[in-house]
Design a protein around this ligand. Structure first.
Ligand code: ARG
Length: 578
């Protein structure tokens, strides 16, 4: 419902001022001062009147013969302000109707039409454990991909696998020396991690190993068959492992063009930078100086002629530009890599590549464990799989206990499926609950609190509404509410829900604009809260006459719809019962 537009239209008619000026001026005042307000102080000059006089005059004429738009109840002057009060039931009815009519399209828009957004996220390093740090980029990127998609942007989801570099030379060397075939089949990442750690230990004693590793990488870059085969095997096995976690999270990608994919495009990058006279020799390496950006030089080729992380990223931007002609090229990568991306983008800008400005690094903080209590399998890294497993197991315990207290049957497969959704939802919600640059302090208690600002709370609210709607269907209290009936929604609590519902588009828009899904997390958390407040004070199914019941059911249904779509945009899948 665009009540603000109604107000602006009214004001344009009354003042003759510019629509844009008035849109910027109308604001949401503190509670009790009306639903919208126009401060008249800035208008004093153009209208040549004191703010107070302007306010009195506008309030009077607004309430005059031409009348208020149907969405407004009254207008009042208060000092230098004009305060606007919505006609609450009309507003509520309008929002409910609009939400139900929108269905799955709630919050969608055309703004992204034809503007391709590339979202690069997850991007783990192959042969390494998939730890909780990679969960942040995976969850954040996945949510942003859905958000941009919902706003109509064609989205390309990319997994820039860390599948290249000197470390693979070392790994090949380690594999040829100490690799255990059986262990590799059984638990590939653990085995690769084991020989990698061993390599480093041995190399301390015997520095010649380092040279051997570099040799294998050089051979890999040159396309040697043996190296290529071993490397391909590491990559396939790793992906197979990662895929398990992706499936569990419901995450997918349009391509897995990792670092290796760009390696043969480096000569073209080098040529381009050379032609522009940007490449300089420094201690045998080839670098681009970035003094004017106050950045350290960006190394493009190492002294032994092999490529490096940054050069592969430069090649990737050029490739993506050719392949997709992107509107935005977004990197969801931890904040510690901010300098790396500033260098890469600066090199491109210096080379006069126009799309350098459309490359965006979206950083995020760290995950910390409040109580230090987390059993880990591999050294100090917490594996995402373990985190998800524990979340689901703990959720299962809670749900079973809740059901037993309610005297319900808690056995069976359905409970497991519900616990899976809720447990994973709880993890996702925890990552997306606050601004992404803040560190996350992880606590089981907080994240599984069914009364807290958590996924279980939101999901439980959804399931509760679905249960009401099921009961309504069972007792034949269905049928669509007419517009007339919806006007019966005149409680202040119903108006609060409608105001919150009305904010869906704004929440998704802001989430996209700032690359901050937490606007949506906050939105659905608040929606669940205002709904429960209402639900705890009023009955839905025994509200009295059938018209009122139908109206309230319609309100419930619109809340459920916003919760379902809102959580989906975060990457959370609701459960129909809990
Ligand atoms: N593989 C890297 C890591 O795990 C992240 C890759 C980020 N993306 C990029 N285009 N550099 O730290």
């Amino acid at each position: 419902m665009d009540v603000k537009k109604d107000i602006v239209e009214l004001l344009v008619r009354l003042t003759g001022l510019d629509e844009e000026v008035l849109t910027a001026a109308v604001e949401v005042p503190p509670a009790g001062m009306g639903d919208y307000a126009l401060p008249c102080f800035k208008l004093a000059k153009s209208l040549r009147k004191a703010p107070q006089a302007i306010a009195t005059d506008l309030a009077e004429r607004a309430s005059g013969p031409d009348g208020l738009p149907p969405s407004l109840d009254r207008v009042r002057a208060d000092g230098g302000y004009v305060n606007f009060f919505l006609r609450q039931s009309a507003f509520t009815a309008g929002v409910v109707r609009a939400t139900l009519d929108a269905g799955d399209r709630l919050g969608t828009s055309e703004e992204g039409k034809g503007k391709t957004v590339l979202l690069e996220y997850s991007s783990p390093n192959i042969a390494k454990p998939f730890h909780v740090g990679h969960a942040f980029t995976t969850i954040l990127g996945h949510s942003l991909a859905r958000i941009y998609g919902h706003l109509g942007y064609p989205v390309v989801r990319m997994n820039h696998l860390g599948d290249y570099g000197t470390q693979f030379g070392k790994l090949i060397s380690a594999y040829l020396r100490w690799g255990d075939e059986e262990a590799l089949e059984k638990d590939p990442i653990a085995e690769l991690f084991r020989i990698y750690v061993k390599f480093h230990k041995e190399a301390e004693k015997d520095p010649a190993l380092e040279e051997e590793g570099r040799m294998h990488f050089r051979r890999l870059e040159e396309g040697a068959v043996q190296e290529k085969e071993i490397w391909q095997r590491f990559r396939d096995l790793s992906l197979r492992e990662f895929e398990r976690v992706y499936q569990r999270l419901g995450v997918s990608f349009d391509n897995y063009n990792g670092e290796s994919f760009y390696s043969d495009q480096i000569p073209a990058v080098v040529k381009m930078l050379e032609e522009k006279g940007l490449l300089e020799e420094s201690q045998g390496a080839k670098v681009v100086r970035l003094d004017e950006y106050n950045l350290p030089p960006c190394i493009v080729l190492k002294s032994d002629g092999t490529t490096i992380y940054a050069s592969r990223d430069i090649a990737a931007v050029l490739y993506r530009m050719r392949e997709y002609g992107f509107y935005k090229n977004i990197y969801v990568v931890g904040t510690p890599q901010a300098l790396h991306f500033r260098q890469v983008f600066a090199v491109l800008e210096k080379a006069g590549v126009p799309c350098a400005q459309d490359c965006i690094h979206v950083g995020f903080g760290l995950l910390k464990f409040a109580d230090g209590k987390f059993s880990t399998r591999e050294g100090n890294v917490v594996l995402l799989e373990d985190l998800l497993g524990q979340a689901v197991a703990k959720t299962h315990e809670i749900i079973v206990k809740n059901m037993e207290t309610r005297g319900q049957d808690s056995s069976g497969e359905e409970m497991r499926a519900i616990a899976e959704r809720v447990g994973i939802g709880a993890v996702i919600y925890t990552y997306l609950k606050n601004g992404r640059e803040r560190d996350i302090v992880f606590s089981w208690e907080d994240m599984l609190d069914f009364e807290g600002d958590t996924a279980p709370y939101v999901m439980y609210t959804y399931a509760r509404i679905r249960s009401i709607l099921r009961k309504a269907a069972e007792s034949d209290q269905t049928g669509t509410a007419t517009d007339e009936a919806l006007l019966r929604l005149d409680l202040p609590e119903e108006f609060d829900i409608a105001r919150q519902l009305d904010g869906f588009s704004e929440a998704i828009r802001k989430a996209a604009e700032d690359y901050e899904p937490f606007y949506l997390t906050r939105y659905i958390g608040m929606l669940a809260r205002v709904f429960n407040k209402y639900y705890n004070s009023y009955s839905i199914l025994s509200a009295g006459d059938p018209e009122l019941v139908r109206a309230r059911l319609a309100l419930c249904e619109s809340v459920a719809s916003a919760l379902r779509i809102g959580t989906w945009l975060l990457g959370i899948e609701v459960a129909e019962r809990m």
